[in-house]
Design a protein around this ligand. Structure first.
Ligand SMILES: C[S@@+](CC[C@H](N)C(=O)[O-])C[C@H]1O[C@@H](n2cnc3c(N)ncnc32)[C@H](O)[C@@H]1O
Length: 308
């Protein structure tokens, strides 16, 4: 297995301790611990994520042809690849259309990256994993430069919604060259994302990093809240936080406590209306939308974009 490392385990471990002290856990930690990986894989098969899954499975050959252009060989660079299940559907379709694909899954989670690489290798896809922080513009450039053009960048599973979408989509667009494509999805219904707070698997996923540090949901309150991002109409943010109901000692190296009443911000998720998603890609990031695919339930969409 070939994995290039731009983000080390030691760096992630150090950042986790700093994030616990800051009471604000970024997205990457929700896929990093073994308990988180287990919770995520369970969720990835769960009915709450089925709309997005079906949307990718329904990506038709026309959309993929637009994405692949006419070149015989294409690099697929999946940013926040997870276990790569959605990427393999695309790659198999591209190969079925006669393309040779080189696959570059990019993720901060060593375990998920290994899953993506080994499943791709089993499917005889030429693969190089990249362990990097996709919220860092520098790492995005390094990951992008590892692959030869023309490239198809993939950002699937509402990965965009785990970051500030305005910053993230701009940094992503800056990595694209003439002939490259981006296939990216969004969830359109904030009500649906908010309602997931009632699902036991989603709550396990949200609590997993704290549970690794010995905190149970019963030790406090786990809440999901909705806010509007006033920077543009149609941008909705679902935040999650945990508030301790008693003084807690965290099972982490060093002496870390979470006093009664204190809150830890957990990862958030954006949802955006179709209009806001188009605005983000086209007006804000300067991309051209070549094709849109909407899910059957109308709650998610995929856009195929170019820079030229
Ligand atoms: C919502 S999941 C989507 C996974 C996959 N694309 C799918 O659709 O099933 C987000 C992925 O992004 C990765 N991730 C989160 N924050 C990251 C970061 N800062 N740098 C790199 N990867 C990150 C996670 O490990 C996870 O695999």
């Amino acid at each position: 297995m070939n994995i290039e490392v731009f983000l080390t385990e030691a760096e992630i471990a150090q950042e986790f301790v700093e994030s616990i002290e800051a009471r604000d856990l970024p997205e990457k930690f929700f896929y990093w611990f073994p308990r988180s990986v287990r919770a995520w894989l369970e969720l990835a098969q769960n009915s709450v994520t089925s709309g997005l899954r079906q949307c990718w499975e329904g990506l038709d050959n026309g959309a993929l042809k637009l994405a692949a252009g006419d070149d015989a060989t294409v690099s697929v660079v999946s940013l926040g690849s997870g276990d790569g299940a959605k990427d393999r559907v695309i790659i198999k379709s591209l190969e079925g259309a006669g393309r040779t694909v080189k696959y570059f899954p990019v993720d901060a989670s060593q375990t998920l990256l290994e899953l993506a690489c080994s499943a791709a290798e089993d499917a005889e896809i030429e693969t190089m994993g990249i362990k990097a922080d996709i919220s860092s513009p520098m790492h995005l450039v390094l990951a992008s430069d590892a692959a030869e053009s023309p490239k198809i960048f993939v950002m699937a599973g509402n990965t965009l919604g785990g970051f500030d979408p305005l910053d993230q989509v701009r940094h992503l667009a800056e990595c694209m060259h003439r002939g490259d494509r981006l296939i990216i999805d969004a969830e359109n219904s904030y009500e649906t994302v908010l309602a997931r707070g009632d699902d036991a698997a989603v709550r396990r996923f949200a609590m997993a990093p704290l549970a690794t540090a010995g905190v149970a949901e019963e030790d406090g309150e786990l809440r999901f809240e909705h806010k509007r991002d006033e920077r543009h109409a149609g941008l909705h943010l679902i935040t999650r936080f945990f508030r301790a109901d008693r003084d807690l000692t965290l099972a982490l190296p060093g002496k870390h406590t979470l006093p009664r009443g204190e809150r830890v911000l957990l990862n958030f998720r954006y949802a955006c209306t179709p209009e806001a998603f188009r605005w983000l890609l086209a007006k804000h990031a300067g991309l051209k939308i070549l094709e849109e695919v909407r899910s059957a339930d109308g709650k998610s969409m995929i856009a195929v974009c170019s820079r030229d």
